[in-house]
Design a binder for this molecule. Structure first.
Ligand code: ZN
Length: 313
């Protein structure tokens, strides 16, 4: 945050989940440490978030880029100007330079990409500097390698692969060559800001992990939940869409006839149960669509259960 120019006197609104998501307290403590005034607004109630930005004269915000887009649209609907804003820190999901341009124009901020993992101190593992051409990864804190995710071979600068990190300063939970699953590459040194060791912005995953509204979801977790519910089968399909800039996940699952009376209210009960069980495990609201037994595709080879229809424009 110091690197992007935030200083004592700045007012920082942290619009992410507090609790186990390290973007909450991680950014909060960091901001306090460098003397910012912190508004721990957390997530939800977008109109109120906008009122808080106005009331407190907020200069910097942190949230997921998709939520920032939603915020911009709600502000537009409210005819609310946000003249105090100068800086947007966005992370927890991949986003494009096109989206950066749109956010900057709509919110009047300079937007910076933030990268972090709960396993490695949380946010700020790597961050964009004012040049905004790649993220500086803290090479005094981490030993950084890029590998071919299939063979494990270590790749050179400019070669795209999976980021592998060995923290050098972490206590109590040491990690050796931790595979992040995130796809990036090392960039050549020589940033105009004078700092060293940059990686490119994250472009995807080496596994099947999905990032939904900043929360990590593995299809195997969904399978695990469905296996516990006798009223449904264990075949499923996941559809991910971006509606009004927010991620929406729909899960299709087959009903198990022997547990289904045929009554409409029974259908509603089962659907509610699946939604609740999924929410308890994934900590995520989903839409569940029950379908006839035998209608979902069966896979012989590697199952393709996820259809991600979000455009990463
Ligand atoms: Zn730099």
């Amino acid at each position: 945050m110091t690197m992007v120019g935030l200083r004592e006197g700045d007012v920082f609104q942290n619009m992410v989940n507090y609790g186990m998501f390290t973007g909450g307290l991680g950014f909060h403590y960091g901001a306090e440490k460098i003397g910012l005034t912190v508004i721990p607004s957390a997530t939800g109630n977008t109109r109120r978030q906008i009122e808080m930005i106005q009331d407190f004269g907020v200069t910097a915000i942190h949230c997921t880029p998709s939520y920032a887009m939603h915020l911009a649209e709600v502000a537009e609907e409210m005819h609310a100007d946000l003249p105090s804003l100068t800086t947007g820190l966005f992370g927890a999901e991949p986003w494009s330079d096109a989206m950066r341009g749109e956010l900057e124009q709509k919110l009047g901020v300079t937007a910076f990409d933030s990268y972090g993992l709960s396993e490695l101190f949380g946010p700020g593992v790597a961050f964009e500097c004012p040049e905004r051409h790649g993220l500086h990864i803290w090479h005094d804190c981490y030993f950084v390698e890029i590998i071919n995710p299939d063979t494990g071979e270590v790749l050179g600068d400019g070669e795209r692969g999976e980021l592998v990190v060995t923290p050098l300063a972490k206590e109590a939970m040491p990690l050796l060559r931790y595979r992040t699953g995130d796809i990036t590459m090392k960039l050549e040194d020589g940033c105009l800001c004078g700092r060293a060791q940059k990686i490119s912005r994250i472009t995807g995953r080496s596994d099947d992990m999905l990032v939904i509204r900043g929360i990590n979801v593995f299809p195997s977790q969904i399978e695990h939940v469905l296996l516990r519910i006798p009223e449904v089968g264990n075949q499923f399909m996941v559809y991910v869409d971006r509606i009004n800039h927010l991620d929406e996940m729909t899960i299709e699952v087959e009903i198990n006839r022997s547990y289904f009376s045929g009554e409409l209210q029974d259908l509603a009960r089962i659907q509610k149960k699946v939604v609740k069980e999924l929410r308890d495990t994934l900590e995520l609201r989903t839409t569940v669509r029950l379908v006839e037994p035998g209608t979902l595709p069966r896979f012989e080879g590697k199952a393709k259960r996820v259809i991600d229809r979000r455009d990463q424009k």
